[in-house]
Design a protein around this ligand. Sequence first.
Ligand code: ZN
Length: 410
Amino acid sequence: MRLLTWFGLVSVLIAIPGWTAPGDTGFAQRALWTWDHRMDWSGKTPGRVPMGGGGKYHKPADEYLEDYKRLVDYMDAHTTFNAIIIWGFLRDTHGGVAAGQELCEYAQERGIRIIPGVGTSGYGGYYFEGEHEYNVQTWLAKHPELRAIGKDGKPRNVLCPSKPENAAWLQDGCRWLFENFKIGGINFEIGDFFVCYCDDCARARAAIPGDAADYYKDMAISIGPVAKLARELAPDAWLSYATYTGFNPAMIEKPPAWVKIVPQEIECQWTLTGMVSDAKWPSGLRPPTTRNTGYLHWGNKSTKTQHNIYLRRIQDVCRRASAAGFAGLTTYGEDPPSLYSMMLFYDAWSFFLDRPQAGVDDFADERLAKWFESERDGRRLLRILFRGPRSYPLVTARRALERANPPRGV
Ligand SMILES: [Zn+2]
């Protein structure tokens, strides 16, 4: 009887959408995160490297679709990833609405979700760059009184989070996006650690109890209403919002008040890059939010990590995030597998997203063995990568791989 009761409870928990039981069959949401102008899949004009939202699209317009269709094809044929987050999804300089619609259809036919990045204060809004009603600059040119205010008291060309007109504009844009594109979700960001210093925002933050940092409060004020509407418009969409930070034990002891302002059905996207250690993420630590996804800065030109060998760290974060009930994980997808390090990267992620409790030996036997059609050679590569007492690969092994596949001057 007791066994039946326990079994019943587990069944109920697994039936809740997005709830991932520790040690079960892996993550539902497996996304690659990209900036349009950093993409390097077409093999033509090299992607650029800057971090953050700066940067015009410098490639010929048709390379936008070429880069992303090649990525979709690769994901479909070789990986277990099932979504692409795209910042710079819509621009005048790479085909605007028509190109976005074509990409969504192409991806959807192959079971891949396109998830635009949407800036709720900075980062362009819905239409990243161009003369469009749902581009932030276009909107603010008509309504300069709705701009945010910087610490120096001067206006900034981004949305003030607490103005009702801006909240309504964000909601109108959300309707427009879902009505016009076959998207699989939205990834919201307010703009890295952004704070508006106008009087309205100061009052709005003061009304939120607790001493959380101001940028967390602005994030919740800005994203909460539009995220709620997005959930109503698209019950099956994968909706997430970036905190730009990890979580810590203090947040569990006393959950910050901003947590409840964003609907709990929206996934909170925690940056896990600095959390993959027992000191930062002890066993049993979970975020204060109900639904969670994680974000990693690995395997990318902007962090100078595209030639690094990632394997144990991928296994480690998948194991920790699975045990903490995360619905998904997101990592970079801008660099192609023509780099050996990136081929290993995508292969390792695919394996551990599916089997977060497996070991690196399992990966060698089941995935690396296929590279050589030999289990013995798969294990040999593993030994070369991890020779020595260090937890992570020797620099010499990385250099050997780089020599085999030198960077293209980026
Ligand atoms: Zn403001």
